[in-house]
Design a protein around this ligand. Structure first.
Ligand SMILES: [Zn+2]
Length: 298
């Protein structure tokens, strides 16, 4: 992620970008603080691909996902962001019940005190996940077989979508029912800047979001959609398409290549744009603390 290219891809590069891993979403915890009127800046932790296993000592490429998530939770306890979003691949590989038990234990201190939005990836199992998180808080629109969450984050709105298609198969899909819901929701909701979250990458590879072009046809003319935040590639990257910012979060669990950071992103968002600071705890830590500033399209 050393060069400027990584932070300003062309459309062609964007279409080629994208890699590995599918998605649902649930938000847990209290919402009162989010509904406070007049808030000008929202500060959240954005994570992806935590890959927590039932065994805390489980490791891959020398990375220990359990320990990495523990570091994020410790940071949240001391730095007090308003909430936490994780864009899928919460579990290690196949979404085992034991993975979620461990994951739930790790994030419990945050869930008790602030909103936590969880989307599902291709290494998650929706049924096992929902058994572990049986009573999520938040607005959960009813789209059959999908878990969508909308979050009032003050100056901005978050919509967590579900791109989980098949457990442990790489490609993702939002699907027509979810896209139809999204279009209707965006048309009737207020004009607040809106950020979409889901797991899958936006390229044209077989393992990306398969209905990415339909999604773009939908959101492009709706100016309140300012950014899309996703994971899946385990690569940290910024790009843009039709004025919509595309933010590919680094993995919290492990990278696939040595050049990539392992960590999370501290997001400070306003009605006008956002500042996104990398917290690299492992992998390539050279850009730890690097802040990317984005302005929303009008
Ligand atoms: Zn992953």
């Amino acid at each position: 992620m050393a060069d400027a290219l990584r932070f300003g891809m062309t459309r062609r590069q964007f279409i080629r970008a994208g890699l590995a891993a599918a998605g649902g979403a649930v938000v847990l915890g209290p919402y009162r603080s989010l509904a406070e009127a007049g808030r000008e800046r929202a500060r959240w932790a954005f994570l992806s691909d935590t890959h927590v296993a039932a065994d805390p000592e489980n490791n891959y490429r020398g990375f220990y996902p359990y320990r990495n998530l523990q570091k994020v939770i410790d940071w949240i306890k001391s730095e007090q962001p308003e909430g936490l979003v994780i864009t899928g691949d919460l579990a290690r590989l196949t979404g085992q019940a034991g993975d979620y038990e461990n994951f739930k234990k790790l994030i419990a201190p945050v869930v008790e005190s602030r909103p936590v939005g969880l989307a599902l990836g291709n290494h998650d199992d929706r049924d096992n996940f929902l058994r572990a998180f049986a009573n999520p808080a938040g607005e959960r629109p009813p789209v059959r077989g999908k878990h969508i969450v909308t979050v009032n984050a003050g100056p901005v709105r978050f919509i967590l979508l579900d791109s989980l298609l098949h457990v442990d198969k790489v490609p993702g899909l939002l699907g027509k029912a979810q896209r139809t819901w999204l279009e209707g929701y965006l048309r009737v909701s207020d004009g607040r800047p809106t950020i979409l979250f889901f797991h899958h990458t936006l390229g044209d590879a077989d393992g990306d979001l398969l209905d990415v072009l339909r999604l773009f046809d939908l959101v492009k003319p709706i100016a309140k959609v300012k950014a899309i935040v996703y994971g899946h590639s385990h690569e940290y990257n910024y790009s843009e398409l039709d004025g919509i910012h595309l933010i590919n979060l680094p993995a919290t669990g492990y990278n696939f290549g040595n050049a990539e950071p392992v960590g999370w992103v501290e997001a400070q968002v306003t009605a006008g744009g956002g500042r996104f600071t990398l917290h690299a705890v492992d992998g390539n830590t050279h850009f730890d603390g690097f802040t990317k500033s984005l302005s929303w399209r009008s």
